[in-house]
Design a protein around this ligand. Structure first.
Ligand code: GLC
Length: 439
């Protein structure tokens, strides 16, 4: 019976308040362990930068390599939050570049930069949205790939050096990379340029991650001289959090992935994976003869064929006969679909997305509790990414989770969509670095 199946599924995917509290305490423990240099699934990487003062000025290039796109921008900062994009180019990263050699990947990036560059010397911020252990504001080594990237010869290398070398190979000598940035950090810094309450940055897109402002004194693992300032942004790399209860579908997805055993939270929340979880559940329903005829559903067998965007469309389907849902199912060869079958598909999508939003909300609550245990101050959480922006109920569900956890005080936490923060933030951090040099 589909109803029995659905009941089991709900048991696996619905998070009760007690489950959220458990996530919060496990996440808090892992954060503390990561900051102390003890074993932890959270890397807690110091970003060598704090939120900007807002008076940073000048023209900078921003290079932004995410999971899906590469963007190159020229940005003018005029202080007091005034930002002007002078130029912007966006390229979809062809799948082949995720598995080429380091020279080919960075050569591709350098070529795209060349197309936008003028002859004047200029400084740039490089947003490289992967787990990089930073050693300074403009250097850091890739710990491991995420988001299905596996280009060879990059892990263990300084990614700024790799980009600089590729720029020289292109004959570019007038561009200096002065800041290396994670996309979460760029997003927080971008919002922080005009909003003093900003203290958390989150990406909910192809992959997922968060960063926050931490007191330098609490970054216990820090060795050597402490930089000036009382706080520093820490890149949590929360996608790797592994203290979550997983379902059989999560295990299946993980086994088939490039990085099995890693990025467990990311595989339950990231847009790269949400659709795949839905697909695995639909395949299971088919195999158990609880939904469509197995012969009609050959396409469900194709891994990653069910895009997370379909989930958004299905969940936004308010038509009386669920015709938009049925139209999407037609792409999969399902010509005849009853209302109850379409409603079941919709329910599966809702459960998978709601779990992702509840996990994100709980982890955000753990971060807020760490910064401000009694929730006395206002907090702006800068968020970007396709899942947060495009999914019809994700942000609402996340807010609901915060309300369950914090009650009325949840009002103090403002979640703000900060579009393109990863690019703009890189330019702002390059400006922060330029200002520090002048001192
Ligand atoms: C992955 C990366 C992380 C990045 C996130 C969002 O989790 O490891 O560095 O911030 O994706 O793009």
């Amino acid at each position: 019976m589909p109803s029995q199946f659905l009941k089991n599924l709900k048991e696996q995917f619905e998070l009760k308040p007690a489950d959220c509290r458990e996530i919060i305490s496990a996440f808090s423990r892992e954060m503390a362990n990561g900051l102390a240099g003890r074993k932890s699934s959270l890397k807690m990487i110091p970003a060598y930068v704090d939120v900007p003062k807002g008076d940073e000025r000048g023209r900078f290039i921003a290079v932004d390599l995410g999971g899906t796109n590469l963007r190159v921008l020229e940005i003018e900062l005029s202080g007091r939050g005034r930002i002007k994009k002078l130029k912007e180019k966006k390229f979809v990263i062809d799948k082949k570049y995720t598995r080429v050699s380091a020279d080919e990947l960075f050569g591709f990036i350098a070529k795209k930069i060349k197309d936008l560059l003028r002859w004047q010397p200029i400084e740039a911020g490089f947003t490289f949205s992967f787990p990089v252990r930073q050693t300074a504001i403009a250097s850091g080594v890739l710990a491991h790939w995420t988001k299905d990237f596996c280009a060879k010869g990059v892990v263990g290398k300084d990614v700024v050096k790799l980009l600089e070398r590729a720029l020289y190979r292109q004959g570019i000598y007038n561009l200096k990379i002065t800041a290396l940035v994670n996309d979460t950090v760029g997003t927080l810094v971008c919002r922080g340029y005009s909003d003093v309450h900003s203290d958390v940055g989150i990406i909910l897109g192809t992959g997922t991650n968060a960063c926050y402002r931490e007191a330098l004194a609490k970054i216990i693992k820090w060795r050597g001289t402490k930089p000036s300032g009382a706080k520093m942004i820490v890149n949590i790399e929360w996608g790797n959090f592994n203290k979550l209860t997983v379902s059989c579908y999560d295990r299946q997805l993980d086994r088939a992935s490039e990085n099995s055993g890693e990025q467990i939270l990311e595989k339950m929340v990231g847009g790269m994976y949400l659709g795949e979880i839905v697909r695995l559940i639909l395949v299971d329903l088919c195999k158990k003869d609880l939904i469509f005829d197995q012969r009609d559903t050959a396409l469900f067998g194709r891994s990653k064929s069910f895009k997370s965007e379909y989930m958004s469309e299905i969940e936004a389907d308010c038509t009386a006969d669920l015709s938009r849902t049925k139209k999407i199912l037609k792409y999969f060869g399902i010509k005849k679909c009853s209302f109850s079958q379409a409603a079941l598909v919709k329910k599966v999508c809702e459960l998978v997305a709601a779990r992702a939003a509840n996990i994100s909300g709980s982890c955000l609550a753990a971060v807020i509790k760490r910064i401000d245990p009694a929730l006395k101050k206002k907090h702006t959480v800068a968020i970007d990414g396709s899942v947060y922006e495009k999914h019809p109920v994700f942000s609402r569900q996340m807010r609901k989770a915060l309300k369950t956890i914090f009650g009325q005080k949840a009002k103090k936490v403002q979640m703000v969509l900060t579009k393109d923060g990863s690019g703009v933030g890189a330019a702002i951090i390059a400006a922060v670095a330029a200002k520090a040099k002048k001192k």
